[in-house]
Structure formats: structure tokens, C-alpha cells
Design a protein around this ligand. Sequence first.
Ligand code: ADP
Length: 254
Amino acid sequence: FKQILIAKHTKDELNEMAMTFNRMIKKLEKSYEKQEQFVSDASHELKTPLTVIDSYIKLLQRWGKDRSEILEEAIDAIGSEANRMKYLTEQLLQLARNEEVIENEKETVNIVPLIEGTIQRLQQTFQYTIYFNREQSDIHMKIHEQSFIQLLVILLDNAKKYSEDDIDVELKETDETVSILVKDKGVGIPLEMQAHVFDRLYRVDKTRSRETGGSGLGLSIAKRIAEQHEGHITLESAEGEGSTFTLVLPKKKV
Ligand code: ADP
């Protein structure tokens, strides 16, 4: 009787283990499929500018020596497509960055002058003003500085790309959190698309994004950096009225 009991017990346990394994395998299969899809999408993104470069080189080989207007057009196009590839590659490298390295390289930094400096630097290339509203001058947080700056640049760059008005950056603090709000009065994002904008290579308007030089990777990188700091990004937006992206970071990491 005891043996039967043990056998039944083991059988139940084995069944449960088998079910857990099954769930794990399904999860792995799903993430593998996602990974495969991403590699294929990313390769496609890199292939597009390469195809353009290739066809311009062919054009140059044929007409470049005799026609100066073709020479000029080709050089411009090759230059801008090469830049696009460089930007894409940098973003892909950031996505592939090792989590452990990021964790080890975190330092306690006063984020107020860091945000201010980033804004000032970007301001030089913007045609409109970025206002920085804050009451504090010192907020020390444990961050990976380079990634943190990259996150800010992604949000500010998007605000610029998708609006033609001044941008507001606001710093808010509670006992538990620090929030950085990036507000634009631009095109906004339709409600049904808001959940997807943080997905890799997702773009609301593919034609427009290509014109503005977007890759669809920016927000997925921003989201990942926020998570590497135990934070998250929220989005409030209305079509035609603008968007507010808010980075919320926990204070306990100070
Ligand atoms: P992209 O490089 O195309 O800008 P992102 O991942 O940064 O890629 O953004 C994904 C998509 O989300 C963009 O293509 C755009 O459609 C939308 N988006 C992002 N930021 C804004 C914004 N501030 N206003 C309107 N749409 C935005």
C-alpha cells in the first residue's frame, strides 16, 4: 500500500513536472520565434539602405563621370543612407548590450544637470525651444549615465520628429519616485496604436517615419533602458493634440 502511495505521489509529481516543462518549452519557442522575427526585420531594415546605396553606385559607374547633377545626387543619397545604417547599427548594438555590464557600470549621479546638459546639447539642432520645468537642483540617482542620456535623447528626438512646436520637459518628485515628462504638441498617437509603439520596429506611419529617418527601434530601446533602472515609461496621447511620454524611476536605487 505504501509503495502504491509513493508511486502515485511520484506520478503526480512527474505529471506536474512534465506540465511545467511543457509550459517552459512553449515560452522558449515563443521567445525564439520573436527573436527570429526581430533578426529578420532588422536585417530587412539594414538591407533597404544598402539596396539604395548599391543602385546609386551603379548609376555613378554609368553616368557619374559625365553628369555632375547625377554625381551630386548620388553622393547625397549614399551619404544619407550610410548615416541611416550607422544609426540603425548603433541602436541594434544598444539593444544587444549586456545587462550585467550595464548593472556594473551604474553610478550615483545628479540627474538634474545631466538632463539640463542633454537638453542644451539637443537644443542647438532643434528649431524650437525645449523648456525645462523643475523645482529641484539636486536629485541623485544610481544610473548608467550613457544609457540614461540615450533614453532622454530618444524621447526628445521623437518629440521633435513628430511635432513642430516647443517641447516641455518636466521633473516631478514624490517620496517614492522621480518622473521625467517629455511633452509635445504634435501629431499624437491614435489610442489603438499606443500599446504597440514600444514594440521593436513598430511605426505608426511607416512612410512618415522613413522620411523623418525613424527606425522603429527608439522606443523599444527607451523601454528597455527604463526597465534596466527598475522603472517604466507611460504614454498619454491624443491624435492631433500631442503626446506625453513619462519616465518613472523608483527612488530606492539612490
Ligand atoms: P521611430 O524611430 O520610428 O521614431 P520609435 O520606436 O522611437 O521609432 O517610435 C515608434 C513609433 O511611435 C514612431 O514611428 C511614431 O509613429 C510613434 N511615435 C513615437 N514618439 C512619438 C511622438 N512624440 N509623437 C507621435 N508619434 C510618436
